[in-house]
Design a protein around this ligand. Structure first.
Ligand SMILES: Cc1ncc(COP(=O)(O)O)c(C=O)c1O
Length: 398
């Protein structure tokens, strides 16, 4: 199909919930994407923090091919091998005792909300089912997820939302303490708010939340859907904080490009969940789990995560130099590991086209942050290339 025909048919047949630029991506290789007109793009979006190993990783492709040839789907009525292998790896590499498998970030978040309320309602003298979430958070687009997302733009027109949710300010422990009651069962937080503008939690904040949860018998839940699996330069984001949650959600990068979602739970939460309480037809899909076993194995290889941390420091250091050079255009640089944001004076979206004209794909995080999310396998030279191009774009801006 020709590019213009794809764009035209997309406009005619697909529900217009996304505004897409007028080119059509056809294939990928390493850190590069290629469109139907033969253009090559350096990809600093990674399918929104999914393609940690870039495109076409040989071992991931082999795992998918082998598993697809054996068995693609049987449902959760039966035992299968890849899900058990993956569950064991995740549990042995984390605080968790159990995992629940589903197919996306928002699904793992919905499962988590149910698990929190079931635990709160059934393991205390009186039911506990209120949840504390944070302003500027993002947890996905289904009802529980938007109801716990602290950004009104995701609520408007979809009310009424789920009841029993209170919003505190991120990095403000006092604002959380004020909301806690005997009915609060869980505090839900991203260790780094990504979609909300790339704001990392302060160590004292997460440590304070842990202490508060222990003191008031509440669950601490970390959404690591975007920032887990190595993205921040540690396997789990929370490892940089010396704090462990009771539940953590994962998705995105884990599946190597196939849909997967996971809720990881401590045994005390698992004890409150009975057979039949939650389910997903495609959850624990053998092909997605086989891909994830391979992706996760690579994240665990010696030196891989260290290299993410090192390259992340390099990227953020270079962006900070750019801010020093162009203070009239960039007012801040935020991030950790290989998620970085430049806070721009002009609307961030305006820079996307400028990068694209120079064959680079970047994203935004909110209205005024240009977000850089390269595959974790990116090389330093490619980071230099992107920052040098940003420099040139900003020079032309003046
Ligand atoms: C922190 C966080 N939570 C949840 C989600 C929702 O994940 P999904 O789009 O896979 O439903 C996202 C997606 O961007 C996210 O960044």
């Amino acid at each position: 199909m020709k590019t213009e025909d794809v764009v035209k048919d997309e406009g005619q047949y697909i529900l217009q919930t996304y505004g897409r630029p007028e080119f059509v991506l056809e294939r990928g290789n390493g850190v590069y994407l290629f469109d139907t007109d033969g253009n090559r793009y350096l990809d600093f979006v990674s399918g929104l923090a999914v393609n940690a190993l870039g495109y076409g990783d040989y071992d991931v492709l082999k795992a998918i091919e082998e598993q697809a040839g054996k068995l693609m789907h049987v449902s959760n009525l039966y035992h299968t091998i890849p899900s058990v292998k993956l569950a064991k790896m995740l549990v042995e590499s984390s605080f968790a005792d159990r995992v629940f498998f589903c197919n996306s970030g928002t699904e793992s978040w919905e499962a988590t909300l149910k698990f929190c309320r079931k635990w709160g309602n059934t393991t205390h003298d009186k039911p506990k089912n209120r949840l504390i979430a944070f302003n500027d958070s993002f947890h996905g687009r289904t009802y529980g997820s938007i109801s716990t997302t602290g950004q009104p733009k995701y609520h408007q027109g979809f009310e009424p939302l789920l009841p029993g949710i209170d919003f505190a300010d991120f990095n403000d422990l006092t604002s959380v303490e004020k909301l806690v009651t005997d009915e609060t069962c869980a505090i839900l937080v991203e260790p780094l708010q990504a979609e909300g503008g790339i704001h990392a939690a302060e160590p004292e904040f997460l440590q304070g939340l842990r202490a508060l949860c222990d003191e008031r018998e509440m669950l601490l839940v970390f959404d690591e859907i975007q920032v887990g699996c190595g993205r921040l330069g540690s396997l789990w984001a929370h490892q940089q904080y010396g704090v462990e949650p009771d539940i953590m959600t994962l998705a995105k990068a884990l599946g190597g490009g196939l849909p997967i979602g996971v809720a990881l739970l401590r045994q005390k939460v698992a004890d409150a969940i009975a057979a039949g309480d939650h389910a997903a037809t495609f959850g624990a899909n053998p092909v997605a789990c086989a891909a994830a076993v391979t992706v996760f194995g690579k994240l665990l290889e010696d030196g891989f995560i260290d290299s993410v941390r090192e390259k992340g420091e390099y990227l953020i250091g270079r962006l900070e130099k750019l801010q020093e050079r162009w203070p009239e255009h960039i007012t801040g640089v935020r991030g950790k590991g290989l998620i970085a944001g430049a806070v721009t004076v002009r609307p961030a979206a305006e820079y996307l086209a400028a990068f694209r004209e120079r064959d680079i794909l970047v994203a935004t995080a909110g209205a005024d942050v240009v977000r850089f999310l390269p595959p974790l396998i990116v090389e330093k030279d490619r980071i230099d290339e992107v920052v040098d191009v940003f420099d040139e774009i900003l020079r032309q801006d003046t």
